[in-house]
Design a protein around this ligand. Structure first.
Ligand code: ATP
Ligand code: LTN
Length: 341
């Protein structure tokens, strides 16, 4: 008999789920590290892609900015190539089952496990005036996001690996008590270099939305001149050779970005720039990134000028997602002993 946990009932395709927090403007790390993979995989899977606005409030957000960004992140998914006709696209807070299952997940995630999460440790340091309980239990909500849809595969960047392992551990723990309720999700972390794009200013640190240094990140919606300028200012080293090597973090990162934008391997890049200086290389990286981003920006602007169309996509998406999520939630509630009347 077909295991309904491993595919949607209407198809044999496996299920993908992923999301990005609406905490700021998306950068090339989000595109190369996450969204590009979603686009590549979308035809072969059933896809649930959402904007994690509930995760976003673990750090203080300006309400108007959060509202605007949630819509912009959704539009960015589509502008980057996500097809809303084949993917279920929604905003996390529009599907109440996420918080409902999150409470249950909180009761199956251990204090010690949550304490070991590096994201929690990092964010606690960055926001030492606001180490709230949501920041601590963030991975329990993330486990709910994933397990509600019986996701088989969760495509994320390398920094999310630990959260995915915790979601798997919770699912295994729950199943060992109540039977085969949850599908055990697998992370999909690209083996390509794109799994981690680093800051242009501190190239050992991940390029992140919440970095306050504007020169550290290249935003998907940055203007051409700004992109070229940011690459020109990128931190490198005192040598002159474009070569991927230990200790050359700035150049390694630029080579990674160039490789993501052009599809060229490191040795090809080394040959292409042999005898040329860092200045030429930085300009080429900037131009390659501009040519990837131009069509995305054009499409984004078109989508944002039809707000009603975008809202309709998200409304339909939330309905579809809720339908699927509520089925899992009902099963969980029954298993754990909540009274059904
Ligand atoms: P914040 O700064 O708000 O904590 P973030 O910029 O780190 O957020 P997330 O919302 O945590 O971004 O990440 C969304 C997705 O994009 C995740 O799958 C994450 O792994 C991936 N991602 C984020 N930044 C990068 C990066 N620099 N390189 C590769 N992948 C990334
Ligand atoms: N924590 C994730 C965003 C996120 C997510 C998810 C990713 C929230 N829920 C479920 C994959 C699956 C991040 O990228 N920071």
């Amino acid at each position: 008999m077909e295991n309904i946990n491993n595919s949607d009932t209407s198809s044999n395709k496996k299920i993908i789920l992923s999301g990005i927090q609406s905490t700021g403007e998306l950068n090339i790390g989000h595109y190369f590290g996450a969204i590009k993979n979603w686009v590549k995989l979308q035809d072969d899977y059933i896809n649930y892609l959402f904007v994690a606005d509930m995760h976003a409030i673990t750090v203080r957000q300006d309400p108007a900015a959060l509202r605007r960004r949630s819509l912009e992140v959704a539009a960015t998914y589509i502008a980057c190539g996500i097809n809303p006709e084949i993917c279920t696209l929604f905003i996390q807070s529009h599907v109440p089952a996420h918080t409902q299952l999150a409470w249950v997940m909180n009761c199956y995630a251990m204090f010690g496990e949550l304490s070991r999460m590096t994201q929690f440790k990092e964010k606690s340091e960055q926001h030492s005036d606001n180490i709230n309980a949501g920041l601590f239990t963030y991975p329990a909500l993330q486990a709910a996001d994933i397990l509600l849809y019986n996701a088989n595969l969760v495509p994320v960047g390398l920094d999310q690996k630990q959260h995915l392992e915790l979601a798997r551990d919770i699912a295994v723990r729950f199943n060992s008590v109540y039977g085969d309720v949850f599908t055990i999700p697998e992370p999909y972390i690209s083996k390509e270099k794109s799994a981690k794009i680093n800051s242009l200013q501190e190239p050992i640190k991940k390029m992140s939305k919440s970095d306050s240094n504007i020169n550290a990140s290249v935003l998907l919606l940055d203007k051409t001149d700004d992109i070229i300028k940011k690459f020109r200012r990128a931190v490198t080293d005192s040598e002159t050779e474009v070569r991927f090597a230990e200790g050359k973090d700035g150049i390694n990162n630029l080579m990674t970005i160039y490789s993501c934008a052009t599809g060229r391997a490191y040795d090809e890049i080394e040959r292409e720039f042999s005898g040329k200086g860092y200045g030429d290389f930085k300009l080429a990286v900037g131009e390659a990134v501009v040519s990837v981003l131009e069509p995305i920006q054009k499409k984004f602007n078109g989508l944002m000028s039809d707000r009603a169309g975008l809202e309709k996509i998200l409304k339909d998406g939330a309905e579809k997602a809720a339908h699927r999520a509520n089925k899992t939630l009902a099963k969980v509630y029954k298993k754990i002993g909540f009274l059904q009347i």
